[in-house]
Design a protein around this ligand. Structure first.
Ligand SMILES: *Cc1c(COP(=O)(O)O)cnc(C)c1O
Length: 375
């Protein structure tokens, strides 16, 4: 029996056709017709005017910080409960991450703790250069409240929508609410280009600048001339071909991931101590990963680690929720605002196998080992 993965790549559109086209026309480069088309299609899908296709979501976050002028000792406010790639680029720029706790309604950035963090920065006479909220596991953050605070203090938002392509908030696609949106097409995300990302924005000149910085900051000259430090962050035409095929099936993938969630929820909602990541009325999550918490006090000492280990022995991959950044050894010394919401989520939370390609047999195998743990 083969391993059941948390989230594995799932082809199924015209990926091979587009990739073959790239080979047939010899566009095997970090630019080309698929890159241009993929950017247009991404912008259309997310209802944002412009997109730059890049080598990763991390590269997109890094360029967003550079474009906002983030430098040494600047403050950047970041959701603590996230993957480290949300915060690492802050340190690439020598800036100081200020971490913010989550709220229980969406598991994302707590607007009250956010305002406390802003006030802390202002008390140090520095307006934060950016706010990075995250839509964890595809679940939209409380963007209305976060946008009000961002507007009140005039701080740009970099919306980390790496996990939330296909999710909406008030009927609008995630990634389009901030000054910048960040997407990821890493192998475990809802759609993949094998590796890749995008920076999206309604601001044409900054997206043009992102493309320029991402191709080694070449000045328009016949020789190689550079007035700025550049990066090698562009997406290849071959990867963009995969991405175009994947975009065609994105809505289907969202449907499939939501069906996974519904299956877990219907089989597990009555188990004592189990609570799923909640979805608010204004939100539509792509349910990239089905995530739940297990309260040991409510189920006779069963806890997420016992569940994880039992399933791992059966070659079924699950994963604890993200360990908050303020608890990570590498970020331990930086300011943090909020309580213990994210810490408790980490202690009790688990992500279940959530691939859009999970078979009925695999689901049966998962439930066969999972459900008896509560008996
Ligand atoms: C995956 C991910 C990223 C980074 O994307 P890469 O394409 O892997 O560099 C950033 N933020 C979050 C929340 C992610 O899940």
């Amino acid at each position: 029996m083969s391993r059941i993965w948390l989230s594995s790549p799932h082809m199924g559109g015209q990926e091979e056709v587009y990739v073959k086209e790239a080979f047939d026309t010899n566009w095997i480069a970090p630019l080309g017709p698929h890159v241009d088309q993929f950017e247009k299609e991404l912008a259309t899908y997310t209802k944002v005017a412009h997109a730059a296709a890049l080598s990763s979501g991390t590269a997109a976050l890094h360029l967003a910080l550079i474009l906002l002028g983030v430098g040494t000792d600047d403050f950047v406010i970041c959701q603590s409960m996230t993957f480290s790639a949300s915060a690492n680029p802050i340190r690439y720029q020598g800036a100081i991450p200020v971490f913010v706790d989550s709220e229980p309604d969406t598991w994302n950035m707590d607007p009250n703790a956010l305002e406390d963090a802003v006030k802390f920065c202002l008390a140090k006479n520095k307006l934060p250069k950016a706010i990075i909220p995250v839509h964890l596991y595809g679940m939209p953050a409380k963007m209305d409240e976060i946008l009000i605070i961002a507007k009140k203090y005039q701080i740009p938002i970099i919306e980390d929508a790496a996990e939330a392509l296909g999710s909406t908030y008030n009927q609008n696609p995630c990634g389009g609410f901030g000054h910048f949106g960040v997407l990821s097409f890493n192998g475990n995300k809802i759609i993949t280009t094998s590796g890749g990302g995008a920076l999206i924005s309604n601001d044409n000149s900054t997206i043009q600048k992102a493309r320029y910085l991402a191709t080694q900051a070449r000045d328009p000259a016949p020789h190689y001339q550079h007035s700025e430090i550049g990066y090698n962050y562009r997406m290849s035409n071959v990867c963009a071909g995969i991405g175009r095929g994947q975009l065609e099936v994105l809505n289907l993938r969202v449907q499939q991931r939501r069906q996974n969630f519904e299956q877990y929820q219907s089989r597990m909602k009555n188990l004592p101590g189990v609570a799923f990541q909640p979805e608010q009325p204004e939100s539509f999550s792509n349910r990239w990963l089905t995530a739940l918490t297990i309260d040991p006090a409510a189920c006779k000492g069963l806890n997420r680690e016992k569940v994880r280990l039992v399933l791992e022995k059966e070659d079924i991959e699950t994963r604890p929720l993200w360990k908050p950044m303020h608890l990570q050894p590498v970020f331990g010394g930086y300011p943090y605002f909020g309580g213990i919401v994210s810490e408790a989520l980490f202690t009790n939370g688990l992500c279940l196998p959530s691939g859009s390609n999970l078979s009925e047999d695999q689901f049966n195998r998962i439930f066969f080992h999972l459900l008896p743990l509560w008996q």
